[in-house]
Design a protein around this ligand. Structure first.
Ligand code: BEZ
Ligand code: MG
Length: 566
């Protein structure tokens, strides 16, 4: 069956191309006070129009089109074989948005009804949303707001999220406010979290034939603000509990989901929360800690309750229950960050285990309430954390923003990379590392390696992305160099970067002469760092290119260093 295998490969390839094509690619940095340009705006509006928003009576354009054409959308989302149909729908949606930008809402509605038999009234609700978003994208009061703030004047408040998730963030230039921590997780977040967490477990079981002994989750403050607590809800769902609201409508209680309904074992979850999360979500810290303790005390078969199983094993070997059940860790009070990013970027480590150890040293402060009800707020618990991480077989973090991915900032590798390395040190095995992409209408779970490839193809190596950056001159080159350094961070912490990625980066930015000259002209400092980083990747064993490439990189470094010393 060589042919069908080949066909299978071609389909997978088509699927990967579609994935890259569908990604919203930032085409440059935001410039304070400047409104979005037309092309950028059309891409953004198309994405805004791709989500159902039942709370606003808005249905997604792809859904309206597929209903008009009488296509079964469920089949489309699960079966890669329908790519032509998906392309058809996507083409109609793109054209509708293009007409909207050029000729207005009525033109787009006319097109949708005549081309795809879309219901006029429903199309109108969705186009109304796009009109509002479009008008707000055109106006920009960021400079006035900034100067007002500097004068100490009042600034209108606005929610914090990204525009696709919550178009109410517009207009920009307002004073971002957080959420009421007692409202987290929202019901919508809990519903979405079930999908993501189930998909995560399915993927692990498909690859390993069983559930992981324990998982480690990274929870960030801003993400949980933006998603109304999707990360928190994922943790609760993995444990097999749901949040319950008290008489004041605050999520302070939990309810155990019966095993018959859960239909799988309760997972053991170690949660490392950022300093920002700890500061913003005190009641939520209590909620997740309470959930773990409740689950540990359930009288259930051990093979259906991994928390209880792991806690009992630990208690039997002499540990106290309060210690054995500790699962919520963060920085010491008043401290933030893991510093793993600094250690990586400054090349300040020899053995990679130092990166995992640093993560634990920074994050090993327990936040819990003991059996007597006494709160523990940031008690150093290095051994407890190491012990809990020693059982972890999968690590995971949500990506929740259209704007920031795993190579845009150093924080993803400092957290998810850092904890994965810490697990590897403690368990003597690299965990399976996953990210979810709760930004597409269907939640997708990807391995870290897949995510690095996707980000590299969609951004770092994509002319649309780097040309957008290069419009910003000096700063743009620095952004490219940042992306390369952050990619390197995934080699350092998680060995998750394919060697071809470093080769292609070298070819694109250094070995291509005209590109090299442009970058050298714009920002030789960042270019020198980029070249040195690639050589470091080789020296540390992440990449072993032809000697000729290495020779040329060394020459380039010499030349740039010489130029900069003059
Ligand atoms: C947070 O939102 O918790 C966070 C943001 C950036 C880096 C680390 C944490
Ligand atoms: Mg930073």
């Amino acid at each position: 069956m060589i042919f069908s295998e080949r066909e299978q490969r071609v389909k997978q390839l088509a699927e990967q191309l579609r994935e890259i094509e569908e990604r919203l690619i930032p085409t440059g940095l935001h410039v304070l006070g400047r409104a979005a340009e037309l092309k950028e705006k059309a891409d953004l509006l198309k994405m805004v129009g791709s989500f159902d928003r039942p709370e606003q009576g808005v249905r997604s354009l792809p859904r309206l089109v597929s209903e008009g054409l009488e296509i079964d959308t469920h089949e489309l989302s699960v079966d890669a074989a329908h790519s032509e149909t998906r392309e058809l729908i996507d083409g109609i949606v793109s054209e509708a948005v293009r007409r909207f930008c050029r000729d207005g809402a009525d033109a787009a509605i006319d097109y949708l009804t005549s081309r795809a038999n879309v219901d006029r009234q429903q199309a109108r609700s969705t186009l109304q949303l796009l009109s509002n978003v479009s008008a707000q994208l055109d106006s920009n009061h960021e400079i006035e707001s900034l100067t007002s703030a500097l004068r100490g004047e009042y600034i209108q408040p606005g929610p914090g999220a990204d525009v696709v998730q919550n178009p109410n963030v517009l207009p920009t230039g307002r004073n971002t406010h957080a959420v009421n921590p007692y409202s987290v997780p929202s019901q919508a977040a809990f519903a979405r979290a079930r999908h993501a967490a189930d998909a995560l477990l399915r993927r692990y079981v498909d690859e390993h034939g069983r559930y992981p002994r324990a998982l480690a989750l990274v929870l960030w403050g801003l993400d949980n603000i933006k998603t109304q607590g999707e990360g928190v809800a994922q943790a609760l769902w993995l444990l097999g509990v749901r949040p319950v609201r008290d008489a004041l409508n605050r999520a302070t209680e939990i309810e155990v989901i019966p095993l018959e309904e859960l239909n799988r074992p309760r997972m053991d979850v170690v949660m490392t929360v950022s300093g920002i999360f700890r500061d913003l979500f005190a009641p939520t810290m209590t909620l997740i800690d309470k959930a773990v303790r409740r689950v540990a005390e359930l009288d259930e078969p051990l093979e259906m309750n991994y928390v209880r199983k792991n806690v009992l094993e630990k208690s039997e070997s002499g540990g106290e229950f309060d210690a054995a059940v500790t699962r919520v860790f963060s920085n010491a009070p008043g401290n933030y960050g893991t510093n793993v990013n600094f250690m990586v970027i400054q090349s300040a480590w020899q053995d990679a285990s130092a990166l995992g150890d640093l993560f634990v040293t920074r994050k090993c402060f327990a936040y819990t309430r003991d059996s007597k009800g006494r709160t523990v707020e940031g008690r150093e618990a290095l051994e407890l954390m190491n012990d809990a991480l020693g059982r972890v077989e999968a690590t995971y973090q949500n990506i929740d923003s259209f704007e920031v991915g795993i190579t845009d900032v150093d924080h993803y590798f400092e957290y998810l990379g850092g904890i994965s390395k810490a697990v590897e040190v403690q368990s003597n095995a690299r965990p399976a590392i996953y990210l979810s992409d709760s930004l597409s209408p269907q939640t997708t779970i990807r391995s870290l390696e897949e995510t690095v490839r996707l980000e590299t193809r969609a951004k770092t190596l994509n002319p649309k992305w780097y040309e957008g950056m290069l419009k910003h001159g000096f700063r743009g080159v620095a952004e490219i160099e940042n992306h390369v350094a952050n990619t390197f961070g995934w080699s350092a912490t998680a060995d998750a970067v394919d060697p071809w990625i470093y080769t292609e980066i070298s070819q694109t930015f250094l070995l291509d002469e005209s590109m090299f000259e442009r970058l050298q002209e714009l920002n030789p400092h960042s270019l020198e760092s980029l070249a040195k980083r690639l050589l470091e990747a080789h020296e540390r064993g992440y990449w072993n290119p032809a000697e000729e490439i290495l020779e040329r990189l060394r020459e380039i470094v010499d030349r740039l260093t010489h130029q900069l010393q003059k």
